[in-house]
Design a protein around this ligand. Sequence first.
Ligand SMILES: *Cc1c(COP(=O)(O)O)cnc(C)c1O
Length: 403
Amino acid sequence: MTELTEDRRMSLASLRERAAEFDAIDPLARCRELFALPDGVIYLDGNSLGACPASVGASLDDVIRRQWAERLIRSWDEGWWETPERVGARIAPLVGAEPGEVVVGDSTSVNIFKLAIAGARMKPGRTRVVVDASTFPTNGYIIESAARLLGLVVTKADPRSLGDVLGDDVAFVMMNHVDYRTGELWDMASLTTMTHDSGALAFWDVCHSVGIYPLEFDSLGVDLAAGCTYKYLNGGPGAPAFLYVRAELQSEFDQPLTGWHGHADPFAMTPEYAPAGGILRGRVGTPPLISMLALDAALDAYDGVSLTAARAKTETLTTLYIDSVDALLDNDVEIITPRNPHHRAGQVSVAHPRAKELVKELSNVGVLADFREPNIVRQGFSPLYISHADAVRAAEALALVLG
Ligand SMILES: *Cc1c(COP(=O)(O)O)cnc(C)c1O
C-alpha cells in the first residue's frame, strides 16, 4: 500500500466529513439493514445483480414449504395465477404507470421481442424501426430479428441526433434510458416528444433506471417499455422482467407470443387464440412462480421509498465518488460517465487499460464492481444500500489498487 501525500490525506479527511454529513441526513439510510450484505463488502454491482433483501429467504420458505409442498395445485387458485399482474401492479408506481399497464414475466430479451413485433404491427405501412446505436446488445439483436421477420429496416441512431433519422416511415424508436457502458442518462421527455412528433411509438428500456429514477411513463406518453427486475429492484438472479403498454394502446397490442396465459379464457382451452383484455395479453406461458414470488418479496424494500429521494441520493453518491476519484488519484483513470449529475443514472464508469485486472484487485479489497469491454470498470451506486462513506471508501480502494 502506498502512503497518501499530505495533500491527499487532507482531501480524504474532508471527503469523509462530507460523506458523514450526507449520511447523517439520508432518508434512505434505514434501508441498508433490509439487505443481507456480507460484512466488509462494498457492493457496487447492484446495477447488474441487486443485493439480496434479507426477507426473501423467509418468503421463499413459505412459497416452497407451504404454498408448494402443502397446498400443491390448490395454490394456483390461491393467488399464484394472478401473480404476474399483481407484481406488475407493484412495479407500476415505480415507473409512473397505472396498475393495469404493467405485467411481469419472461426476460427483458423476450419482452423486447414481444414489444418490437407488437409496436411494428401498430404502425402498418411504416418500414423502418430505430434503435439507439449504443444499445445493450440483446435489444439490438432481438430488434434485428424482429425487423427481419417483418421485413423492416433497422436504423441505428445516436440519441443526440435522433431528429436526423426520424421520418414518417418509422414505426418505433427503441431507446435505452441509460447507456449501460458509460452510465449516460438520456432525456426521456424530449426524446419521447421528438419520436411522437414523427408519428412513431416511443419504446423505452429502463433496465438501468427503474428503482433509482422517478420514471413517468404515463405523463410523458411513453408507449411501450420493458425493464429488468434483478438489477436495482433486487429481484434475484434471473427474476422475471416487466413490460409496460400504455392503456390507450392495449387494445391494439398484438404481441407475437400467443401463449395460453395471455388468452381471454385460458381454461376454456379453445382451439383459437383470443387475447385477454388489457395488459394480461402480455403474458405468455406458465410463469416461474418461485422467482416471481422472490421478486414480490424483494419489492418490499421499496415500501415507503420515495424515488425522488432515491434519485437525489444517487446524484450525491455518484458526485462524491467522482470528486473522490479526482482528489485521490492522478489522472490514472478516465471517468467516462458524464460529470453533470443530471446526465447520469446510478453508475460511474472509469476507463483504464488494465480494467479487467482492476476489477479483480478491487474485489480482493472488498469492492465489487464489474468489467465491460474494452476497458471499463463499472460501479453502480444503489441508493438503498450504499452510503456516502462507501462511495469515498470505494475511491480510496481504487487509489490503493492503482498504487
Ligand atoms: C441487463 C439488461 C438486459 C438483460 O436482458 P435479459 O433478457 O434479462 O438477459 C437487457 N437490456 C438491457 C438494456 C439491460 O441492461
